[in-house]
Design a protein around this ligand. Sequence first.
Ligand SMILES: [Fe+2]
Length: 129
Amino acid sequence: MDFPDFCFNRSRCFFQVRIYFNSLLQINLFFSAFFITYLISPKICHRFVGFLEEEAVITYTRCIEDLDAGYLPVWAKTPAPQIAKNYWKLPDDAMMKDVLLVVRADEATHRQYVKKINDFSDVILLFGI
Ligand SMILES: [Fe+2]
């Protein structure tokens, strides 16, 4: 049996392939469960996504607090990546904290958006949109 070039170590290659397929399996299981749940009750799925967005806001807030408290000295001195400056239209001298602030604000709008969808999901379902 031939192995691709990156499989210079046979047991490591099997391990990587196993991790890859396990990940695919877990993604498929989650997608299927989420899809079936959405068919049964879209509100539950919207609520779940709302919790994820809320958790993201909390996580970014903690990250910013740690940055301000000096627990992340490398990030405190790291300039924002160019791709982040382009996407969020940050100034050239933007730092990682600026990226965290705009990403947190973005997640907060996601949270509000999902909450609105949840508030109106009965109306959406009523009109079959
Ligand atoms: Fe989000």
